[in-house]
Design a protein around this ligand. Structure first.
Ligand code: ATP
Ligand code: MG
Length: 234
């Protein structure tokens, strides 16, 4: 069996905005194996969020194909796709996407409820993850009552709560100070090593790029370089 968990084949995405067309992705070929720890870097507008949305099945490519665990997303029914997302993929969005009326505890718990996990197991998982991201004291706060970095940590906890095979984290450290950023990276790395969770994260930050074991640079919607490296967390 192949170890490739994420694959894109000549993926393109064209956005039409008014009369102009934006070529957000221009034929991206990518293969990521189980257990990889990959950063996708590139300037603003280079296509990072677009690529993550396509890989996660939140958007459909204009051309080409996305495969998760060898299965083409284009061949899946809506229900199948939601199930795949819930079971296999964890998302950390650039804009957090927390549910405003729910507390951090409830936000992290929500995917477990969708999966039909029992109350005792939910409590155990939610508490474990909130304390892993250092937010056990903020369990009962709503997103509006927390800083950007704290909301980002809740989003990270939520993305991990269903033990995903692959986590897509769009700028997971963009709104935290460098110390918190390093702690979040260490947490991700720990899960990567201990549970073989595959991580793809986008970033502008050189410190975060350095922490990856593989660094892919996007430019104008195309892969400019793709290199393996040590992955030092400082
Ligand atoms: N829904 C949309 N409609 C029209 N254009 C879009 C849409 N989403 C993205 N784009 C355009 O596609 C290009 C890639 O955007 P994308 O959000 O993927 O970049 P990014 O690398 O994530 O940038 P950032 O670092 O600022 O988050 C940009 O030119 C952007 O303006
Ligand atoms: Mg983006």
């Amino acid at each position: 069996m192949s170890n490739v968990i994420v694959e894109t084949k000549q993926v393109t995405r064209v956005f039409a905005s008014g009369d102009v067309e934006v070529n957000a992705l221009r034929g991206v070929d990518l293969r990521v194996e189980l257990g990889e720890f990959v950063a996708v870097a590139g300037p603003s507008g280079s296509g990072k969020t677009t690529l993550f949305n396509l890989i996660g099945g939140l958007d459909t490519p204009t051309g080409g194909e996305v495969l998760i665990g060898g299965a083409a997303l284009s061949g899946m029914k809506r229900k199948e796709l939601s199930r795949l997302r819930l079971d296999k993929i964890g998302f950390v969005f650039q804009a957090y996407n927390l549910i405003p009326v729910l507390t951090s505890y409830e936000n992290v718990e929500y995917p477990l409820i969708l999966k039909g996990i029992g109350a005792a197991e939910r409590k155990r998982k939610v508490e474990e993850l909130l304390s892993a991201v250092g937010l056990q004291e903020m369990m009962h706060r709503r997103p509006m009552q927390m800083s950007g970095g704290q909301q980002q940590r809740v989003a990270i906890a939520r993305s991990l709560v269903c033990d995903p095979v692959v986590v897509l984290a769009d700028e997971p450290t963009a709104n935290v100070d460098s110390e918190t950023g390093a702690a979040l990276l260490e947490l991700m790395r720990k899960l990567n090593v201990e549970k073989q969770t595959t991580f793809l994260f986008s970033t502008h930050d050189p410190m975060v790029m350095k922490a990856a074991r593989r660094l892919i640079r996007l430019k104008d919607g195309a892969i400019e370089s793709d290199v393996r490296q040590d992955g030092e967390i400082s």
